[in-house]
Ligand binder design. Structure first.
Ligand SMILES: Cc1ncc(COP(=O)(O)O)c(C=O)c1O
Length: 404
């Protein structure tokens, strides 16, 4: 098709004109999708190797999830939490059971789950641990990404995320990620929680050294501090286990979940913990109009059931091994490093060759969509329904752009 007959350039221009520029998307305009594949407004097809930053772990429009959404749309969509609806208890119970915890507090976005976790930890600190009023602190890691609210960006170490959004929320101590001694030294008698991503996604899929997460678990237990695992991106099958913490046999006190929990259809997030932690909240102290709505619960309970079979975790582990083997072959041939677990990889492109952004643009031209982060890094996170052939295809396209 000749260029001036394409719909993409005009659609890109309109999007630029009518939105705040808080994102820098690739110039691809998607109009439909199925499984691991996307189709743009000009009929070009792409393999989705980002999967909505892991919100699409089950692929686009998974039939089970779409059927659950349709059925619920035809019956009941919203009640608010002023009343109880018939999808609520099943979702909360089945998610609590998947996590091995007592109870669930549903919200919508990941950032809301993080905010909820922070509020619960502070209240637990004052009411259970006995921290003096207004003195609670939470230890977090350098390179963290927990969302975009004012409190969360207050403890970001990424200047783009943080600069000019002050005054900042106090009560956070930042330590290097993966350094157990630094984390232990930062804990004092007023520390209520350690908040960590078990793998730092936005930072470039950074896996901490072996033994770090069990070490954090042990020091939290010893010092009566809550271990909050932000599994919003790493959880729900992405790494080849239900949670990234599972790889080291670690159970946090609180799971923060989001993204894939909504099946790529609705925003659903949750805080999952035991009653001695989540039980500190009383009516009126926290909430959300849309949190735990019937449509969200109807879809999310099917997500939980799909994960309960273990099939997606297995696929992620097996196909992830294939993906990582393929990527490792490219080290020294345009890649300088590959990190990750399961179907999740952070690749550092040789900066002498191109930026991460350029790599993603070239991959898009070859029909594979991924996203860059921090200069020369790109992230791959295909839906867990991807096939061996599709993985091989994406790795072949990557090899081609690195040597072109
Ligand atoms: C680890 C982690 N926590 C929290 C968030 C924030 O989630 P949301 O964008 O749904 O607010 C993200 C999003 O990328 C994330 O990766």
């Amino acid at each position: 098709m000749v260029d001036d007959m394409l719909r993409t350039p005009g659609a890109v221009r309109d999007a630029e004109r009518w939105t705040a520029h808080n994102y820098h998307p690739l110039p691809v305009v998607i109009s439909s999708a199925e499984g691991a594949w996307l189709t743009d407004v000009d009929g070009r097809r792409y393999l989705d190797f980002l999967a909505g930053y892991s919100a699409l772990n089950f692929g686009h429009r998974h039939p089970t999830l779409i059927a659950a959404a349709h059925a619920q749309l035809d019956r009941l969509t919203l009640t608010s939490r002023a009343f109880i609806h018939d999808q609520f208890a099943d979702f909360c119970r089945e998610l609590a059971e998947l996590c091995g915890k007592d109870m669930v507090l549903p919200m919508n976005t990941g950032a809301e789950a993080v905010e909820t976790g922070i509020k619960v930890a502070r209240k637990w600190g004052y009411q259970v641990k006995g921290v003096p009023a207004g003195q609670a602190n939470i230890v977090v890691a350098e390179g963290n990404f927990h969302g975009r609210t004012t409190t969360i960006v207050s403890f970001s170490t990424d200047e783009d995320a943080r600069a000019d959004f002050g005054p900042y929320t106090p009560g956070f101590t930042v330590v290097p990620y993966g350094d157990l001694d630094a984390l232990t030294a930062a804990i004092d008698e007023n520390t209520v929680a350690v908040l960590l991503e078990p793998i730092q996604g936005e930072q470039g899929v950074v896996v901490p050294p072996e033994g770090y997460l069990p070490g954090v678990r042990a020091v939290c237990t010893e010092r009566n501090v809550l271990f909050i695992a932000d599994e919003i991106q790493s959880g729900l099958g992405r790494t080849g286990a239900t949670f990234a913490c599972d790889h080291e046999g670690v159970t946090p006190d609180m799971y923060l979940l989001g993204k894939a929990l909504g099946g790529g259809i609705v925003p659903v997030s949750a805080v999952v913990a035991n009653a001695d932690v989540l039980g500190v909240l009383k009516p009126g102290q926290h909430g959300s109009t849309f949190g735990g709505n019937p449509l969200a619960c109807a879809v999310a309970v099917e997500v939980v059931r799909m994960l309960a079979t273990g099939e997606f975790q297995r696929r992620s582990a097996e196909l992830g091994a294939r993906l990582h083997a393929g990527l490792r072959e490219l080290i020294g041939k345009g890649l300088v490093a590959v990190r990750g677990r399961g179907l999740w990889a952070g690749l550092d492109i040789d900066p002498a060759l191109m930026t991460g952004r350029e790599a993603c643009e070239r991959l898009a031209e070859r029909g594979v969509l991924a996203k860059d982060t921090h200069g020369s890094t790109i992230r791959l996170a295909p839906p867990l329904v991807v096939t061996e052939e599709e993985i091989d295809h994406a790795v072949t396209q990557l090899a081609a752009i690195l040597t072109a």
